[in-house]
Structure formats: structure tokens, C-alpha cells
Design a protein. Structure first.
Length: 146
């Protein structure tokens, strides 16, 4: 899938995320190097590996209690896939991914000013979803240490 990493409404870098793993497979069009996340910029600009490590570090840690049961109950195989479902949004910073052509804006989806789902939090506390296909994954729980 083709996305742009955004810092609020500022496009930072275009990237591709593999739909089967959730990992960044390619970077292209570095649009705002001064807006790259801390620790991602290298002496040569930015590398796919370093950016992917940063991206994956946004996900729920594997050590979180109940995580694997929660993922299984909603039919998602990894935390990398989970963060894509909430656009990588977090309550720790202003970065997110915007799918190419979606027209989404920071104001429309950020967790600071918009309601978010409590579904994932409930599942992480052991509550089985009645219908996994109806679970909303728009939650900061997807990018939180707990």
C-alpha cells in the first residue's frame, strides 16, 4: 500500500507498507527531511531499515499481557499490521500515515481532538468481541505500551 508519513498535515516521506507484514518495504520522495522523526535521519538521509525499525517500535510491545490472545481474537497476525489499522496514530507524537489519494487530514482523525474506539482496550483486558469483524481499531491502544 502507498502511504505518506505525515507530521500533522505536513507530508514527510512517501513510503510503501507490505499488506501481509505491515513493514515498510520502500521509501521514495523525501518531502520534508527536517520533519523526520528523531533518530531516523542518517548521514545519508534516511534508510528504509531505520524507518521500518522506527515504525515497528510504534506498535504494542510483544511483552504486553494478553496481546497475542487479543490479536488472535480480532484475526490480525502481528502488531505491525495493527498499527496500520489506526494510521499509526499515537498519543505520544503527531506522526501518522495517510493513504495516497484518501484526502484525510490530521484534524479529522488525530486522537487528541477526536473520539477513538475503546474496543481494543477492552480486548486487551480480556473481553472477547461478540463480532470481531465489527471491532474498531481506531485506538491509541494499538500504539501504546499500556
Amino acid at each position: 500500500m502507498d502511504y505518506t508519513l505525515m507530521h500533522k498535515n505536513i507530508p514527510v516521506v512517501d513510503l510503501e507498507i507490505l499488506p501481509d507484514t505491515g513493514h515498510i518495504s520502500r521509501l521514495h520522495n523525501l518531502l520534508a527531511p527536517e520533519r523526520l522523526p528523531l533518530g531516523v535521519k542518517t548521514k545519508d538521509g534516511v534508510s528504509r531499515k531505520v524507518m521500518d525499525d522506527w515504525w515497528i517500535s510504534r506498535s504494542i510491545p510483544a511483552s504486553r499481557d494478553g496481546l497475542f490472545w487479543a490479536l488472535e481474537s480480532i484475526g490480525i497476525s502481528s502488531t505491525a499490521l495493527l498499527i496500520e489499522k489506526c494510521y499509526g496514530l499515537s498519543l505520544s507524537d503527531h506522526y501518522w500515515i495517510c493513504q495516497k489519494g484518501s484526502g484525510l487530514k490530521w484534524e479529522d482523525i488525530n486522537f487528541f481532538h477526536n473520539d477513538f474506539s475503546k474496543d481494543m482496550g477492552e480486548i486487551l483486558f480480556g473481553h472477547s468481541p461478540d463480532d470481531p469483524s465489527q471491532v474498531s481499531l481506531m485506538s491509541p491502544d494499538n500504539t501504546s505500551d499500556g
